[in-house]
Design a protein around this ligand. Structure first.
Ligand SMILES: [Zn+2]
Ligand SMILES: [Zn+2]
Length: 349
């Protein structure tokens, strides 16, 4: 089969790989949809291997990209519980493999494995920008019939990551949430938080993305390029500040503002990858009893709960996708995504 590889410095290559066969405890999925996630741009843009190191992963061999896998199980290895995986099962992949037995792996958080995550699919293990993908049966999350494969792909990272962060924040419908960055994760957070009843203040430097945020439920939008962000959020909240904030931008300035814009006893959550932040600890955090949270994606249980919420509230996750591509259009697909002004892209097989 053919698979898409990030060769470094914005080079995308289609290379030949052997068709995968499942080992004990494993399955092979025929990929139907493979999403493009903002964090892929880190690997796409960097020299070969450097994106991995910047995000704390090891590995040199080029792997098939794509960490939002969704498809149908076509082969099952030995020793797989038939209630966990079966041929014909519609499934998303929780895109990590750990030891499978430690306290984190056994609660569905294989990315937090005490031995270190063994593979991140699409990053250090072969991902879903290909016809087939192999993974442990324990990483599958069944996709409900009412959800499309592309919706499943989005939940497999971007939308699920937004869900995980909102859970970490303990967001409730009576709260105001400021969301910094309206790329695929930030826009998903806008969509989900609005559906939960929260009042969303969406921020982005792109007017195009702010318009999409309004269409996805944001009550207010702010362009930080021409606004004192913290003052504007205070003004929209009777001088108090937001109950909570979410940074999906990875900008160090936005991260600092996302901490400063919450009210006393408020919570700020960082979900954007890479980079750093400088905080003036006493005024920004201590003096206002602010809780600062880091959130890395979600568990298999969280992924399933996110899918249930989306299905049962009729949330149009597919509306996130402004671009649908074939695998042989990958070069153009990543060039368009790299501009970071449009929405999300997905490869459909
Ligand atoms: Zn483990
Ligand atoms: Zn991702």
């Amino acid at each position: 089969m053919k698979g898409i590889v990030f060769a470094g410095n914005r080079q995308v290559e289609m290379r030949k790989f052997a068709d995968p066969t499942p080992g004990p405890g494993e399955v092979v999925l025929e990929i139907k949809a493979s999403g493009m996630c903002g964090s892929d741009l880190k690997f796409y843009r960097a020299p070969a291997g450097e994106g991995l190191r910047a995000l704390g992963f090891k590995g040199d061999e080029p792997r098939i990209a794509g960490h939002e896998p969704c498809g149908v199980v076509v082969a099952v290895g030995s020793g797989v519980n038939p209630r966990q995986a079966w041929v014909g099962q519609r499934a998303m992949v929780h895109h990590y493999r750990g030891c499978g037995a430690c306290p984190h792996c056994s609660t569905g958080w294989q990315q937090l494995c005490v031995d270190g995550v063994a593979e991140v699919y699409g990053v250090t293990g072969h991902g879903a920008h290909a016809a087939y993908m192999k993974c442990p049966a324990s990483t599958l999350v069944t996709l409900r019939d009412e959800l499309s494969f592309s919706t499943g792909a989005a939940i497999a990272c971007g939308t699920g990551t937004a869900w995980g962060a909102l859970q970490r924040l303990g967001l409730t419908g009576d709260q105001t949430l400021a969301i910094f960055g309206q790329g695929p994760v930030g826009l998903s957070a806008t969509q989900l938080a609005s559906a939960m009843g929260a009042r969303v203040i969406a921020l982005d430097v792109s007017e195009e993305r702010l318009a999409r945020a309004r269409a996805f439920g944001a009550a207010e939008t702010i362009n930080p390029a021409d606004t004192d962000v913290v003052a504007a959020i205070r003004q929209l909240t009777r001088g108090l500040g937001a109950h909570a904030s979410l940074d999906a931008s990875s900008s160090s300035q936005a991260r600092r503002q996302s901490v400063q814009c919450v009210r006393t006893w408020g919570k700020a959550c960082f979900v954007g990858e890479g980079g750093d932040v400088t905080l003036d600890v006493s005024p920004d955090l201590l003096r206002r009893q602010v809780t600062l949270i880091g959130s890395w994606t979600f568990s298999t249980v969280g992924q399933s709960a996110c899918a249930d919420f989306v299905a049962e509230r009729g949330i149009d996750v597919d509306a996130l996708f402004t671009h649908r591509w074939r695998l042989d259009q990958a070069e153009e697909a990543y060039r368009v995504f790299d501009a970071q002004s449009g929405g999300k892209g997905v490869f459909l097989m």
